[in-house]
Write a protein that binds this ligand. Structure first.
Ligand SMILES: [Zn+2]
Length: 378
């Protein structure tokens, strides 16, 4: 067991980070990039733990320091997880100030900024100043989906860590070995999750999540005429909302428990005086995150739907390889026979357009309704 265990299918990245820790003085700014679900923040967290660890080899995974970093309670590792859709300049300035202080007991003062692409332009400029003139013991770990999400001036001052989409086999192995999932379920869900590790784990271990995904993939079958198509749109949006609710509740629960413990909850579950403000702040943050999770869940549902038509397209074009949606084999083959690649491409375009509309704040139900009507067009 070591801090690197949580990274699935990222061996080259782990090797590079290990070497950086061993070399002693790390670069003072790092940019972790990789597609959603590849584990960029998990990689940054493991790296932070290894930098603080004093065992040999560093990043042992069982000393107090490693535990604290992995649980998010280490005094010298500040984790920034923007709850809303953007992160402002005022918060960033405060963060820069805190980051400039000396570590209180750890080796380094580390700031782990997840979703750093949510920093507003002004916030990014404040961040740039901090990275340009780094205090000697401060290390910044920024995470974004791709390097282009960061100002080029920031990017050029960071060491780049690029995670790949984890291979299906690596995800399936992790599900079997770590989560005790049976081999067949692991293979099917690893494929269905399309490289998203936590999504794969969720699908493999939570029957309701699987059912909600099936609900999304039932949409093409329901497009028999206009009435059912509109109804199918409603079902897809509802499935995404239910998924978002489940994800939010799970996140909230573990966060709240960790916060209560950190603030000194008594064995009987009582909270010490003066901690109500911090708990309220956490609640507010969780509320604003819920909006984001909802949007992400709908986008994920649309990506699942796109995987259906990509499978169909692959069959129509005779491309080799297994489909993403193995259990739907017969249905996919029938859909491939009944249509043309051109029509399938048009449908994929319609899904991408719907994603853009949802991202631009169009009412989700309206956007998905017009999508289902476009999907019916031959
Ligand atoms: Zn350790």
């Amino acid at each position: 067991m070591s801090v690197w265990n949580d990274l699935v299918g990222q061996e080259p990245v782990v090797e590079g980070l290990r070497a950086a820790v061993q070399a002693g003085v790390p670069a003072h700014a790092w940019l972790f990039t990789g597609p959603p679900g590849s584990g960029r923040s998990a990689a940054a967290r493991a790296f932070a733990a290894a930098l603080q660890c004093r065992e040999k080899p560093a990043g042992c995974g069982h000393c107090a320091s490693c535990h604290q970093v992995l649980q998010g309670t280490h005094a010298d590792v500040e984790v920034i997880r923007p709850a809303g859709l953007s992160f402002g300049v005022k918060q960033t300035r405060e963060l820069v100030l805190r980051a400039a202080s000396s570590p209180s007991g750890g080796n380094w003062q580390i700031v782990l900024f997840e979703d750093a692409d949510r920093a507003t332009e002004a916030a990014a400029n404040a961040l740039l100043k901090a990275i340009e003139e780094p205090p000697p013991r401060t290390v910044w770990l920024l995470c974004t989906p791709s390097p282009e999400d960061m100002l080029v001036t920031i990017r050029s001052r960071c060491r780049l860590v690029t995670l790949r989409t984890p291979p299906v086999a690596a995800i399936a192995d992790a599900l079997v070995q770590r989560d005790g999932v049976d081999r067949e379920t692991a293979e099917v869900t690893a494929r269905a999750a399309q490289g998203h590790v936590s999504r794969a784990r969720r699908l493999a271990t939570d029957e309701d999540a699987r059912r909600r995904r099936d609900e999304v993939l039932a949409l093409p079958r329901r497009l028999t005429s206009v009435g059912p198509a509109v109804h199918a749109a409603e079902k897809l949006v509802k499935a995404a909302e239910a998924e978002a609710k489940a994800v939010t509740e799970e996140l909230n629960e573990s966060e709240t428990a960790a916060m209560r413990q950190a603030l000194g909850e008594s064995a009987k579950g009582r909270m010490p005086r003066g901690t109500a403000g911090a708990m309220k702040e956490l609640e507010d943050r969780q509320k604003s995150r819920a909006t984001r999770v909802k949007r992400d869940a709908l986008d994920r549902a649309l990506l699942d739907l796109a995987s259906y038509y990509r499978d169909v397209l692959a069959l129509q074009l005779g491309s080799p390889g297994e489909p993403v949606n193995v259990p739907l084999g017969a249905e996919l083959r029938a859909a491939a026979r009944d249509g043309t690649p051109e029509a399938t491409l048009r449908r994929l375009d319609a899904i991408m357009e719907c994603r853009e509309r949802v991202d631009a704040n169009v009412n989700p139900l309206l956007a998905v309704e017009s999508l289902t009507l476009a999907l019916r067009t031959r």
